[in-house]
Design a protein around this ligand. Structure first.
Ligand SMILES: N[C@@H](CCC(=O)N[C@@H](CS)C(=O)NCC(=O)O)C(=O)O
Length: 216
């Protein structure tokens, strides 16, 4: 049985959890915070979460985990069958993670934890996020799912990352840069949130947020 390590505050943890649920793969969850402890570094090279334990060993990096799950458990596929369409799905995910989420991440300290970003950082991030969102709209369909009629891995990533980026940009700039570039995003979130496993992951995330901020 697979064990998923991390915590539900993390969009990358929730991505992996939603993939496991949608694919119908049995798993346990074990709460671990990102850490530089030797025990964690042995399992995840920079001490980041999420990581999983399989019968063959540990695996980190959410996208690598998702691809492993798809290879090892072909039932309930998260990618289209056609090789080109599969590649388009990966292109969407890589663009969103590399060119938007990783950039917007520099706002999370201010948006979530009250540690202000400099004006220079905010300016630079805003320009890159805006260019990234324009690029995303050259790839996305949202009809009703990110890449068309069918749910795919692109939706797992889009729902989680776009929700977080919307919140962070609203807090830092007073403007939701996701809604600004994705006109139908509210309907898209509604479509996603009608899925039972999405609701389960959202409930886990909301409980984690509540307990984290209750302790502060
Ligand atoms: N590329 C990684 C990103 C994972 C990541 O950034 N995790 C965050 C939590 S959302 C973390 O562990 N941060 C701690 C750190 O960067 O040291 C993945 O896809 O799994």
């Amino acid at each position: 049985m697979i064990t998923l390590y991390g915590f539900a505050l993390s969009n990358y943890y929730n991505k992996t959890k939603l993939a496991l649920l949608e694919k119908g793969i049995p798993f346990n969850e074990e709460m671990v915070a990102p850490s530089q402890d030797a025990a964690v570094l042995k399992r995840s090279p920079l001490g980041k979460i999420p990581f999983i334990k399989t019968e063959q060993g540990y695996l980190s990096e959410s996208q690598v985990i998702l691809e492993y799950l798809e290879d090892a458990y072909p039932e309930h596929p998260l990618y289209p069958a056609d090789p080109f369409e599969r590649a388009k799905c990966r292109e969407f995910i890589q663009h969103l993670e590399l060119n938007i989420e990783l950039v917007a991440r520099r706002l999370y300290g201010e948006a979530l934890f009250g540690s202000p970003a400099s004006a220079e950082t905010k300016d630079e991030v805003r320009k890159k996020v805006e260019a990234g969102m324009q690029g995303l709209m050259r790839l996305a369909r949202f009809e009703p799912y990110a890449l068309g009629a069918s749910f795919s891995a692109a939706d797992i990533v889009a729902w989680l990352h776009l929700g977080l980026i919307a919140m962070a940009t609203q807090k830092v700039y007073g403007e939701d840069l996701v809604a600004a570039y994705v006109p139908g995003v509210a309907d898209y979130f509604k479509t996603m949130e009608s899925r039972p496993f999405v609701q389960q992951v959202a409930a886990g995330r909301d409980a984690a947020i509540q307990s984290f901020f209750a302790k502060k």
